[in-house]
Design a protein. Structure first.
Length: 80
C-alpha cells in the first residue's frame, strides 16, 4: 500500500509526464521553443532540455528558409 505522500508524488510525476508529452506534440506540430517557453513561463534553454528529455526530434534553430524576413547584408551600402 502506498503512503499518501508517495501517491501524491506519483500523481505529480504523472501530470508532469503528460504535460511534457503535450509540449512535445505541440513542438513537433510546429510550435517554436520560444513560444512554448513563454507560455510555460520558463527559459528557452530549459524548454529545449525538457523537449530533448521527452524525446522530441529537435529542429535547427534560426530563421525559416524562404521566409520573407530579410537578414542584414554586411556589404549593403545604405546600412539597412
Amino acid at each position: 500500500m502506498r503512503s499518501p505522500r508517495s501517491r501524491a508524488q506519483f500523481a505529480a510525476r504523472r501530470a508532469a509526464n503528460e504535460a511534457c508529452a503535450k509540449l512535445k506534440e505541440r513542438y513537433e506540430g510546429g510550435a517554436s521553443v520560444r513560444e512554448l517557453a513563454e507560455e510555460a513561463g520558463m527559459s528557452e534553454s530549459n524548454m529545449r532540455r525538457l523537449l530533448v528529455e521527452a524525446g522530441a526530434k529537435m529542429r535547427r534553430s534560426g530563421p525559416v528558409l524562404g521566409s520573407k524576413r530579410r537578414s542584414r547584408n554586411v556589404n549593403d551600402s545604405n546600412g539597412s
